[in-house]
Ligand binder design. Structure first.
Ligand code: XMP
Length: 510
C-alpha cells in the first residue's frame, strides 16, 4: 500500500488517481494518522499531499513525526515539501508573491525521481510560502523561475519533495515522475488492476453492509448502473433497485433496463410505474424551472413511497456518486470530499428515512467507472452511454407537456439514435438527441397539406459539458435523419438543426 496523507489539498484525489494509473494500490489517510497505523497497514511508501495552509500557522495540519522514522520512502508535494523543510531542519519563508500557474522546471542534479525525463519540463505551481533552506542531508535537484528549491532529495533516507504539483494535468510528464517514485523508489510492482479494485470494493461493501438491505435508485445511466452491478456482485439479494418510470423516458428505455438487470443480472429490480402521476402534475406547466421542480419533487415522492413498501430492514441508500460530483471544498485537514451536489443526494431522502449512504464509486473518475463496469460484464451500450438529464424528455418537449408530444419526440429521437449508432458517430459525440418544438409549420405529403410540429436535432461535442460545440455531421447523414423523421413520424412536418455552441447556448433547450 502507498499511503497518501491528506493535508486538505483539492488535488488529493487526483494524486490517488495518478497512482491508480501507475497500477499501484493506494489509500488516502487523514494527515494525522499515527505512523504505527501506517506500519500495521503494510505501507511501503508515503505521499504528502499539498494543502492550503502555511506550515507556521496556528492550526497548520502536521503529520505524526514518527512517519519520518518508518524507514519507507516519502514524497512531499507542495505543502508536503514545506512540511519536510519545517520538520527536518530546513527553513520555509513567506513567499513575497504567490507562484501560481506554469513554470519551467530545470533539473540540474541526478535524481531517480526524474529518471528518463528531459532536463526541462513545464510544471504547474500553486503556493505562497517557499523553502529558502534545504533540510539537513538534503540536496536541491531542480529549480523554477521562482523557486530555488523546486525539487529536493535526501537519497539516503529516500525522501523526495516537489514544490510543484506533478499530479495535475498541466504538469508535463507528471505521471512519470509519480511512477518513478512508486516503482523506482518504493519498489511497487505496478500490476494492480481494475479487477483488484473490484475485489477490494466488494469486500469493503460486505464489511460495511453486513446483513442489512441496500436500496438504489437505478436510472439506467452509467453511474447508477455500475454502482448497481458492483453492489450486486458484493451482496446479491440484499440489494433492491428501484427504477422510476416517470413517462419522460426514451422509447424502449424501461424495457431495456428491466431486461438487462432483471433477466441478465438477476438483480431485484422494482419498477415504479408513475407516468400518470407525472403527467398529471405537469399538466399545463410550461415554465422550464417550474417543470424541473415538479419532476424533481415527484421523483423523490415516488421513490420514497416505493421504498416504504419494500424497505424492511433497509439501512443503506446506495448512489453512483463519482469524485467529480463531490464539491471540492477545501476543509483544512479533512478530506475535502465531504459535500455532495444536491441533485445526487435524493432530496434529503437519506436523512428523512434515516438511511446511511453507500457510495462505492466516490473516489473514481468517469473513465475508471467505465472500466469497472466493463470488468463487471456490463455491455458497451450501457458503459459508454451518452448522458441523459434527470428530468428526461420533460425538458426536451418545450413548453407544456402532453402524452402526444412526448410520443412524437420519442419516435423522432429513436430514429436519430438509430442513425447515429449505424454511422458509429453515437460513440464519438457527447450527446445526440431531438427536441420537440411546439410550433407548427406547413408541409406537404403526397397532395395533402401537412400542418405539423417541428423537431430540432441537437448533436454536440464536449469534454465535460461545461462547454460544447455543435457536431459537424456529414450532410448525407443529416439528410437520412431528416427524411426518416419527416416520413416516419406522424405529426412532424419539418426538421431543423441546432448550430449553437455552449456558451452562449446550453446543451439542453430548457
Ligand atoms: P446544459 O443544458 O446545462 O447541460 O448545457 C449540461 C449537461 O447536463 C445535462 N443535464 C442534466 N443532467 N439533471 C441531470 O442529471 C438535470 O437536471 C440536467 N440538466 C442538464 C445535459 O444533458 C448535459 O449533458
Amino acid at each position: 500500500t502507498i499511503a497518501v496523507l491528506d493535508f486538505g489539498s483539492q488535488f488529493t484525489q487526483v494524486i490517488a488517481r495518478r497512482i491508480r494509473e501507475c497500477q499501484v494500490y493506494s489509500k488516502i489517510y487523514h494527515y494525522s494518522t499515527p505512523a504505527a497505523q501506517l506500519k500495521a497497514d503494510g505501507v511501503i511508501g508515503v505521499i504528502f499531499s499539498g494543502g492550503p495552509q502555511s506550515v507556521y500557522s496556528k492550526d497548520a495540519p502536521h503529520p505524526d513525526k514518527a512517519v519520518f522514522d518508518l524507514g519507507v520512502p516519502i514524497l512531499g508535494i507542495c505543502y508536503g515539501l514545506q512540511l519536510m523543510g519545517h520538520f527536518l531542519g530546513g527553513k520555509v519563508a513567506k513567499g513575497e508573491r504567490r507562484e501560481f500557474g506554469h513554470g519551467t522546471l530545470e533539473i540540474f542534479e541526478k535524481s531517480p525521481l526524474f529518471k528518463g525525463l528531459p532536463k526541462k519540463l513545464k510544471v504547474w505551481n500553486s503556493h505562497g510560502d517557499k523553502l529558502v533552506k534545504v533540510p539537513t542531508g538534503f540536496k536541491a535537484v531542480a529549480r523554477t523561475e521562482n523557486s530555488e528549491y523546486a525539487a529536493m532529495q535526501n537519497a539516503e533516507r529516500r525522501f523526495y519533495a516537489l514544490q510543484f504539483h506533478p499530479e495535475v494535468f498541466h504538469s508535463e510528464r507528471g505521471t512519470d515522475i509519480i511512477r518513478n517514485f512508486l516503482v523506482g523508489i518504493c519498489g511497487c510492482t505496478g500490476d494492480w488492476s481494475t479487477a483488484d479494485f473490484i475485489k477490494r470494493k466488494i469486500q469493503e461493501i460486505r464489511d460495511t453492509v453486513g446483513k442489512s438491505r441496500v436500496l438504489l435508485g437505478l436510472s439506467g445511466g452509467v453511474d447508477s448502473s455500475v454502482a448497481a452491478a458492483l453492489i450486486h456482485a458484493a451482496i446479491g439479494k440484499q440489494l433492491t433497485c428501484v427504477f422510476v418510470d416517470n413517462g419522460l423516458l426514451r422509447k424502449g428505455e424501461r424495457e431495456y433496463v428491466v431486461s438487462l438487470y432483471k433477466r441478465n443480472f438477476k438483480i431485484d429490480l422494482r419498477v415504479a410505474d408513475s407516468e400518470a402521476l407525472f403527467l398529471k402534475k405537469l399538466k399545463g406547466v410550461s415554465e422550464p424551472e417550474a417543470k424541473r421542480k415538479i419532476i424533481g419533487n415527484t421523483f423523490v415522492k415516488v421513490f420514497e413511497d416505493s421504498l416504504k413498501s419494500i424497505a424492511g430492514r433497509a439501512e443503506f441508500l446506495a448512489q453512483g456518486t463519482l469524485y467529480p460530483d463531490v464539491i471540492e471544498s477545501v476543509q483544512i485537514g479533512n478530506n475535502p470530499a465531504s459535500l455532495i451536489k444536491s441533485h445526487h443526494n435524493v432530496g434529503g431522502l437519506p436523512e428523512r428515512m434515516k438511511l446511511k449512504l453507500l457510495e462505492p464509486l466516490r473516489e473514481l473518475f468517469k473513465d475508471e467507472v467505465r472500466a469497472v463496469g466493463t470488468a463487471l460484464g456490463l455491455p458497451k451500450e450501457v458503459v459508454w452511454r451518452q448522458p441523459f438529464p434527470g428530468p428526461g424528455l420533460g425538458v426536451r418537449v418545450l413548453g407544456d407537456i402532453t402524452a402526444e408530444k412526448l410520443n412524437i419526440l420519442r419516435e423522432a429521437d429513436f430514429i436519430l439514435q438509430d442513425e447515429m449508432m449505424k454511422s458509429g458517430l453515437y460513440w464519438k459525440v457527447w450527446q445526440s438527441f431531438c427536441v420537440f418544438l411546439p410550433v407548427k409549420s406547413v408541409g406537404v405529403i403526397g397532395d395533402e397539406r401537412n400542418y405539423a410540429y417541428v423537431i430540432a436535432v441537437r448533436v454536440v461535442e464536449s469534454i465535460d459539458a461545461m462547454t460544447a460545440d455543435w457536431s459537424r455531421l456529414p450532410y448525407d447523414l443529416l439528410q437520412t435523419i431528416s427524411n426518416r423523421i419527416t416520413n416516419e413520424v406522424r405529426g412532424v412536418s419539418r426538421v431543423v438543426l441546432d448550430i449553437s455552441s455552449k456558451p452562449p447556448a446550453t446543451i439542453e433547450w430548457e
